[in-house]
Write a new protein. Structure first.
Ligand code: SF4
Ligand code: SF4
Ligand code: SF4
Ligand code: SF4
Ligand code: FES
Lengths: 180, 885
């Protein structure tokens, strides 16, 4: 009986020792220290850009269509020469995700043909007002600037070709004439 | 033979052919193609270039099927055709065995899909066709999931051709549906296929626009995302929009439409969506075509000038007020005037775009509550007599295009630009069946001209005389021939041929009369003449008067104009300005300010409104007509209310609310109910507009069997079977032309024909020949100045520059050609116009579509001589002053 008592105490002392020297700790000094998340973690959404700064999202609405909780609302618009926002002809003028409706299923990320919307690592989702739960496009494009946690850099692996830079475009006789 | 009645496509007398499709014995008629028989039997054959409303092109090769035929040299044993054949062009033959889903057919479909996708950009995420694209759907159903294409794809630059249609050539699959639509249906050869081989692309000649009033239909016809709508570009995805089946408020042809809305905003208007594969879409084989004004101009309710709160006058200001308060003010205001000056000092004006229910309640309010006959909708006519003649014309309308015809006589008018879809259906019928169109009068429809067998021009004002003589001629009087030949300036033999043709029509004939011509100036003579002509032609002949105003016929049917015996004793719409000036009318209720705007003398009418003791108006916008009102009632727009409309053929169509009411706006039937009730009537206890409809139908069409709900086409909102799994397409069952008939409420007149005396038929005085210049004729143009169109979001693109039509004979004299510019002097005012040389006007006559470019013809009381000077386009170009595009 005494042996059992000593065994138990030894375990307690071992853990106390580990705690003091900081080995095998699971508690973090949150919020100063934030927990690292695995790559597949589905946290607060993030919208990606290309290296040249253009947005990946072309406002196709597929994420909104697939979203089971209808959390995504977006309105698209057309890029112009003066205002080139995304790499395609079309971009999302308004892009909102209602984080109170979102169930973080990640379907939007899966549906996106442009790898534009991705599930980020941030799990800090407390806000003061209900309206703050509507994440706007800028909040997701530049989350660090907007104070929504830090993220590991997402490496864009698709380079893009704009119609202008693509020399294989065939002109029709009038279009060419119109250019001159 | 005996069971022919079970096959809807077979008529008695058709030659029957038996064949086998996928093992099932089916029957078709001689001359039919495999694809139409298969569609009827619910076997879907994928196709791009085949379209039920267009000719067969046979160029997409997607409809390849396997065929086995009996071989007569081998005991009629079945033998496979050496190669697969296209189902859209191969006629059926006796004993033919067709396999639409055999191994070979599937391989063909897969192969063709791969070919079509070789150069296809597949940029579905930014393609507006995504979600309703036939290429997307076929890729899923008939294509392979992987591409073997490794080389760079062919790319084209994007042309800036049309302001309304976006052309993205990379996505084109060269089905030529758009080219065939322009050539065949719209009647203008404007689109074509350019270059050869794999370099070919679709475009417009000279990079010009597809400028005709039906051009928007190529958007729905294009099976892929090559032709898309510019106003709708990138605004929303189709699956996000709520579809509401409704009807056009622009086209009196009665076009059905689908309104596509989201968050209370109208994104697009299309022909009615139909169910294909369990999904309502407009992009497959839409056989209904609508005009561009309906398509692009229906979003006016969201204009920034919208006043969606009722207002009442406090001192000098018009201040927002509750709807009930505004209605109370109207009731007390009207009552006060009636008490002081008698009921006949009040008048009610109804917009010709009001629904039948509103017209019915307005006339009930006028007759039963106020006790006056001063109610009218006929605002657009030039004179009071013209309005009366129009009522007579509507009273005798009895024809319907849906019945078909063996010959049609078309009187003066520009039908394409007043009732576009109707004119298109008429032309299609003549084109496809070869039945003759005869055009008589001082102005022919240039759109119908290529398909008109006979065209007889006469001087303005002689149409009535010509019709009277023709009536005698078909009655057997041969003495009229020489006189007719003189009126028509043609040989007697042609007149004789015409009379023989008219007499020889054994089945159905139609006489069409446009009440729009000269804003009705000549109608007092021409309507009785036309009615007598129809009578003289005999029993099979029917009469259709047409008018641009959408619900003209419906409002006539509910009696929203003075009764025939009260005409002349009451104040009709055209006498209103005079009556207000001389103090006969002291109080006015206007339902829809477009009623004021469409009056030819609207400036005078507007100025006279200040003299009224009480003026109330219901409308949508902040405008000159509403700012001066004592009470402004905010009305619900065509997107927000329910109601019934009637078209020129007498068929009913339902207007349906898309997403409910906006702000404080209320439908007019609620206003009228409230006003009548406060004025002391207890006969206005309606809960819904359906109650009004029921009462109205029991009065005007007691035989009506349908219901308010059933008048609406099936759509995603009222079709409970929408969740059904797809399965075979049911083409013939979904597209049911019977939808367009409202049996039991088909407002057609059945009575005795009208006689005409010589006096009525006497030619109107026209300026003697030898005058200097041309005789001016005109008619309202749908793309002209219009109160509602002026509030549409892309109004500039929809309004057309002013032009005049000129006979080729005169054009040669002037040395002018289409595209030249000219100046037209009317009443001392000079207008810059474009010239269009066509078969429309008679020699010596010019036709000016009224309302274009702000040209007003309000002061004209008769045809008059005008001067036309031509400025050659190259002279302009040299001077650097002109734009001839
Ligand atoms: S994670 Fe799921 S619920 Fe959240 S926005 Fe994306 S699709 Fe919608
Ligand atoms: S995030 Fe992706 S799926 Fe969503 S609209 Fe943008 S591109 Fe489309
Ligand atoms: S046309 Fe159809 S398949 Fe082609 S990009 Fe557009 S939606 Fe996709
Ligand atoms: S533009 Fe569209 S309709 Fe015209 S040929 Fe190309 S795919 Fe066919
Ligand atoms: S549908 Fe038969 S070839 Fe195109």
């Amino acid at each position: 009986m005494l042996v059992d008592f000593l065994k138990g105490s030894a375990l307690a002392l071992k853990h106390m020792g580990n705690f003091i020297i900081g080995k095998g700790n699971v508690t973090l000094e949150y919020p100063e220290v934030k927990r690292e998340q695995p790559a597949f973690f589905r946290g607060r959404h993030r919208l990606q850009r290309y290296r040249d700064g253009l947005e990946r999202c072309v406002g196709c609405s597929l994420c909104a269509a697939v979203c089971p909780s209808e959390a995504i609302y977006l309105e698209a618009a057309e890029n112009t020469d003066e205002n080139q926002v995304s790499a395609g002809e079309r971009y999302a003028e308004i892009y909102q995700i209602h984080l109170l409706r979102c169930i973080f299923c990640g379907f939007c990320e899966e549906a996106c043909p442009e790898n534009a919307i991705v599930m980020g690592a941030s799990y800090e989702l407390a806000m003061n007002k209900r309206t703050d739960f509507i994440a706007e496009k800028d909040d997701m494009l530049d989350p660090a600037e907007k104070g929504f946690g830090d993220y590991h850099e997402y490496d864009p692996y698709i380079s893009h070709v704009t119609p202008e830079s693509d020399k294989s475009a065939k002109g029709d006789p009038w279009a060419v004439k119109a250019e001159h | 033979m005996a069971d022919q009645s079970v096959h809807p496509a077979l008529k008695p007398g058709d030659e029957e052919i038996k064949l086998v499709i996928n093992g099932k014995e089916v029957v078709g008629k001689k001359g039919e193609t495999i694809i139409s028989v298969a569609a009827r039997e619910d076997y879907y054959i994928p196709h791009y270039c085949w379209h039920p409303a267009l000719s067969v092109a046979g160029n997409c090769r997607l409809c390849l099927v396997e065929i086995h035929l009996p071989n007569p040299r081998n005991d009629n044993k079945l033998a496979p055709l050496p190669k697969p054949a296209i189902a859209c062009q191969t006629p059926i033959t006796e004993g033919m065995h067709v396999f639409t889903d055999s191994q070979l057919a599937k391989e063909c479909q897969e192969g063709m899909m791969e070919f079509l996708l070789v150069n296809h950009p597949l940029d579905c995420p930014i393609c507006d066709r995504g979600g309703e694209c036939m290429l997307q759907r076929y890729s899923m159903e008939y294509g392979t999931p992987h591409t073997r294409m490794r080389d760079p794809k062919r790319k084209y630059l994007k042309p800036e051709a049309d302001p309304l249609i976006d052309i993205e050539r990379n996505r084109c699959i060269m089905c030529t549906r758009c080219v065939r639509f322009c050539d065949e249906v719209a009647g203008e050869h404007v689109m074509g296929v350019f270059a050869r081989g794999s370099d070919n692309y679709i475009g417009t000649f000279g990079q010009g626009p597809v400028a005709n009033i039906l051009s928007g239909n190529v958007i729905d016809l294009c099976p892929v995302g090559c032709l898309t709508s510019k106003p709708f570009r990138f605004k929303a995805r189709v699956w996000e929009l709520l579809q509401t089946q409704s009807t056009s408020i622009w086209d009196a042809s009665g076009s059905k439409v689908t309104h596509w809305t989201r968050n209370g905003r109208l994104y697009r208007t299309t022909p009615p969506s139909r169910k294909y594969h369990g999904v309502y879409t407009v992009n497959e084989d839409t056989e209904e075509f609508i005009d561009n004004i309906t398509r692009f101009g229906s979003d006016f309710p969201s204009h920034e000038n919208r006043w969606d709160e009722s207002r009442v006058k406090f001192g000098e200001n018009l201040l927002p007020a509750a709807f009930t308060e505004a209605v109370r003010r109207v009731a007390t205001g009207l009552k006060k005037v009636a008490d002081e000056h008698g009921p006949d000092s009040l008048a009610i004006l109804v917009s010709p775009r009001s629904s039948m229910e509103e017209g019915y309640l307005a006339q009930k309010l006028a007759r039963d509550v106020i006790g006056t006959e001063n109610i009218d909708w006929r605002v657009s006519f030039q004179t009071a007599e013209a309005a009366e003649a129009a009522a007579q014309a509507f009273q005798h309308a009895n024809g319907d295009l849906e019945d078909g015809f063996d010959a049609v006589v078309v009187l003066n008018g520009d039908y394409l630009h007043s009732v576009p879809a109707f004119a298109m259906r008429l032309k299609e019928h003549a084109r496809l069946t070869g039945k003759p169109i005869v055009q008589i009068g001082h102005h022919h429809d240039a759109f119908l001209a290529p398909h008109s067998k006979y065209k007889f021009h006469c001087a303005p004002g002689s149409t009535a005389k010509a019709l009277q003589l023709l009536s005698k001629g078909v009655g057997g009087d041969t003495s009229v021939v020489s006189e007719l030949a003189k009126i028509f300036s043609t040989e007697s033999s042609r007149v004789e041929a015409l009379i023989t043709l008219l007499k020889g029509v054994e089945g159905r004939g139609l006489v069409l009369q446009s009440l729009e011509d000269l804003n009705g100036l000549l109608l007092p003579n021409e309507v009785p003449a036309a009615l007598a002509f129809v009578g003289a032609l005999g029993g099979g002949w029917k009469y259709i008067p047409t008018l641009r105003d959408r619900n003209a016929f419906g409002l006539h049917a509910v009696g929203a104009q003075p009764k025939a015996d009260a005409e002349g004793k009451s104040v009709n719409a055209r006498q209103l300005a005079d009556a207000i000036e001389d103090g006969t009318i002291k109080g006015l209720l206007v339902l829809g300010a477009d009623a004021l705007h469409h009056s030819p003398d609207r400036e005078r009418l507007l100025a006279s409104l200040g003299k009224l003791d009480f003026y109330a108006v219901s409308d949508l916008f902040d405008s000159d007509y509403t700012r001066i009102a004592d009470v402004y009632l905010a009305a619900a727009s065509h997107l927000e209310k329910d109601g019934t409309f009637c078209d020129v053929e007498g068929n009913l169509a339902r207007l349906a609310s898309t997403e409910g009411l906006v702000g404080g706006a209320r439908p007019e039937w609620e206003m009228l109910t409230g006003i009548a009730t406060i004025m002391g009537s207890d006969n206005f206890a309606y809960e819904t507009v359906e109650d009004v409809f029921k009462e109205m139908m029991s009065v005007i069409a007691p035989d009506f069997k349908g219901t308010f709900k059933k008048l609406l086409l099936a759509g995603p909102r009222n079709d409970n079977s929408i969740k059904d799994p797809g399965g075979a397409r049911t083409h013939t069952k979904d597209y049911n032309p019977g939808d367009y008939r409202t049996d039991g409420a088909h407002f057609r007149w059945t009575g005795e024909p009208v006689a005409i005396d010589d006096q009525t038929a006497a030619p109107r005085s026209v300026p003697e020949s030898g005058f200097d210049g041309f005789l001016l004729t005109w008619g309202e143009h749908v793309q002209g100045d219009d109160y509602h169109l002026n509030h549409a979001s892309i109004v500039e693109l929809l309004q057309k520059a002013p032009y005049v039509e000129l006979n080729p004979v005169d054009a040669v004299k002037l040395g002018a050609e289409t595209g030249d510019r000219g100046t037209l002097d009317i009443n001392g005012e000079s207008y810059e116009v474009e010239l269009k040389v066509c078969e429309g006007p008679a020699p010596g006559v010019v036709y000016l579509p009224a309302g274009l470019g702000g040209i007003k013809l309000s002061g004209l009381t008769d045809t008059q001589a005008v001067k036309l000077e031509v400025v050659k386009s190259n002279a302009l170009a040299e001077a650097g002053a002109g734009n001839t595009a």
